[in-house]
Design a protein around this ligand. Sequence first.
Ligand code: NAI
Ligand code: 15L
Length: 268
Amino acid sequence: PAPRTVLLTGAAGGLGTLMRDLLPSYGYELRLFDLLPIEGEPDAITADLTDRAALREAVRGVDAIIHLAGISLESSFEKILRANIEGTYNLYEAAREEGVGRVVFASSNHAVGFTPRPQGADPLIPVDTPRRPDTFYGLSKSFGEDLAQLYWDKHGLETVSVRIGSCFPEPTSVRMLSLWMSPADGARLLHAALTAEEVGHTVVHGSSANTRLWWDLGTARALGYAPQDDSEPYAEKLIAEQGDLQPGNEAHAYLGGAFVTDPPIWPY
Ligand code: NAI
Ligand code: 15L
């Protein structure tokens, strides 16, 4: 049966806030979890991913989990280790113990950020491209994908790992013209990942149907994802303001953009 009750971790964050808005129209009942309290949501669970007892209670009785919580930018290895590596392990252990059947894991383009971006007539980056993290952050997403594979092979717990490009209300850089996933397409992809049958562990790229796409959406489409948006209407203005991507610029050479040279740092 299609999942109905879904635990949304990272519900206070940017993507979590967008998805709290969009997912209920697909019929989901969301249970919310975050380190930070959420205004107007007294039932949200305010806890850290290091709190195993809180996680165990949070996952109890849900049909599926969308795991967005964690450090979403670069940080020290120690902080990434606790929040993203141990935190994701704690979540999977809780899911296994409580018999939750499926997780949708927010992976990132930064798990493969050192992959050269396609230029000219180069083919799109395939989903089985070798892992090339561009940061400790990207490394933690690579770990999450391997953890998901282990829990499928060993425990039959299914995961769709979504390597999200850039999911924001609008693209704000020339690079994002290639990686952007509109919030509406983000909700479409999460819905597909929650409802597709027999996913085992499937890795998908998360973008809209952008004219300037860099990576292949085949495995996402195979889940039933049919993106409706394209960043192209934003292209002229962004390129006029910022200039086009330059072949000689290192921060323009890889999928991960500036994360390979000068990553944005997590604030706390
Ligand atoms: P965000 O930083 O706005 O939200 C992350 C949330 O996780 C925050 O509300 C934070 O309080 C919570 N959190 C952090 N550490 C925690 C801990 N130890 N325990 C409990 N909660 C904790 O990030 P955003 O943009 O909403 O991203 C959500 C997820 O999607 C993240 O895992 C991020 O890595 C991933 N992602 C997002 C992309 C995007 O374009 N927004 C692109 C690629 C991946
Ligand atoms: C990510 O993984 C980050 O969480 C998000 O804040 C953006 O920086 C995004 O990648 C991106 O590459 O644009």
